[in-house]
Design a protein around this ligand. Structure first.
Ligand code: ATP
Length: 353
């Protein structure tokens, strides 16, 4: 009996459908090479188009499909031009993190080719770290609070809980154990009481992992060190908003948003998506880089935690490395002329060969 994995597909808005189609293409290229593994993929409408049609960007049907699936592959959601009546942008991808308690935001940063970084002297694999972004609380927890601008003051609260910090730190230490065994907390413990608390809990969890080397870095210094010496990092764990900002900076070190995959992982649900948003400036032009989404499929296959799917994840990363070893194989964001679908074809062909 083959193992069948049900994958819910949420292509979403902007470039979401374009990059998701290429990721599915690559997954279909991997599938026949795996022994006794099948993928059942079902697409669900979410995002701004769904809101405009039915009034809800995240229908209950799609939430239920995510709950029933073995893993979710998401493209991108939200468009600045379509907002709630109060003026806020729609962010169903953040709602999903909260609905399913996807506290462990895994964002690997890996340099495939020296030409794709603006830093001097870094070759393939010489920038290789993971940002673990706490994804259910922190400064983002203020996002749904009501405010009255007439009062002349608005406050956003940075919410840090023991439970939230313990679970994300444990996930980061466990990840570090599978890598170079280094885990750094990025905080602002010199200024904010919530960050002093986060550091205290991090240090307590660290005692469970005596084989992992720890470090504490203030977020401003982390921004500097990431640019000056990215090779010093292995696993970074941080609060939600700091992780949001630093993961864009980090993506910039390896070619930009089109190269940055992510997984939002909870205790029993995993949603995988590129770190980038819906990029309306390039939507519909066929020029988006699908590699971040394709590498998110590799994360998804790792997370399914089956010997064969893990082998599939390795195949995808090797195929991306092989394709990018040829300098002309580049989409527009990396200075080339390869289209979104051509990049998907190249990677799928590298897998099949
Ligand atoms: P969000 O807040 O939803 O994450 P954002 O406002 O940060 O979105 P993105 O959609 O991530 O914006 O895009 C930021 C920039 O990166 C845009 O100029 C966009 O063109 C570029 N970009 C994002 N994703 C890709 C991609 N896959 N390929 C090429 N360029 C991209």
């Amino acid at each position: 009996m083959p193992s069948t994995f049900n994958i819910a597909l949420l292509p979403g808005d902007g470039i979401g459908p374009d990059v998701t189609a290429e990721a599915v293409k690559v997954l279909r290229a991997v599938e026949p090479l795996l022994s006794d593994v099948r993928f059942e993929m079902t697409e669900h409408a979410v995002g701004v188009a769904e809101y405009l049609e039915n009034g809800n960007p995240l229908p209950e049907k799609a939430i239920e499909a995510c709950r029933q699936s073995d893993a979710v592959l998401l493209g991108a959601m939200g468009l600045p031009s379509v907002r709630w009546p109060d003026g806020k942008e729609m962010t169903p991808q953040i709602d999903l993190r909260e609905i399913f308690s996807l506290y462990n935001g895994v964002r690997p940063i890996y340099l495939y080719h020296s030409e794709d970084t603006s830093l001097k002297g870094y070759g393939p694999g010489e920038i290789d770290f993971v940002i673990v972004r706490e994804s259910t609380e922190g400064l983002f927890s203020a996002r749904l609070s009501q405010s009255d601008p007439e009062k002349g003051e608005v406050c956003d609260v940075m919410r840090i809980t023991r439970l939230g910090t313990e679970r994300v730190c444990r996930a980061a230490f466990e990840l570090a154990r599978t890598r170079r065994k280094k885990c750094a907390l990025v905080d602002k413990a010199n200024v904010l009481p919530s960050m002093v608390f986060m550091r205290k809990v991090f240090d307590e969890v660290a005692k469970e992992f005596p084989d992992v080397e720890t470090d504490h870095i203030y977020v401003d210094a982390a921004a500097l060190f990431l640019v000056q010496r990215p090779d010093r990092f292995d696993v970074i764990v941080t609060e939600n908003m700091f992780g949001d900002i630093l993961s864009d900076l980090a993506a910039g070190l390896v070619g930009g948003m089109g190269m940055a995959p992510s997984g939002d992982i909870g205790d029993d649900c995993g949603i995988f998506q590129p770190s980038h948003g819906s990029a309306p400036d390039i939507a519909g032009k066929g020029i988006a880089n699908p590699i971040a989404t394709i590498l998110s499929v590799a994360l998804l296959l790792d997370w399914l935690d089956h010997e064969e799917t893990r082998r599939g994840a390795v195949m995808i990363r090797q195929a991306v490395a092989k394709v990018l070893s040829v300098p002309s194989n580049r989409t527009a964001d990396l200075g080339g002329i390869v289209s979104t679908s051509q990049m998907g074809d190249l990677i799928a062909a590298a897998i099949s060969s």
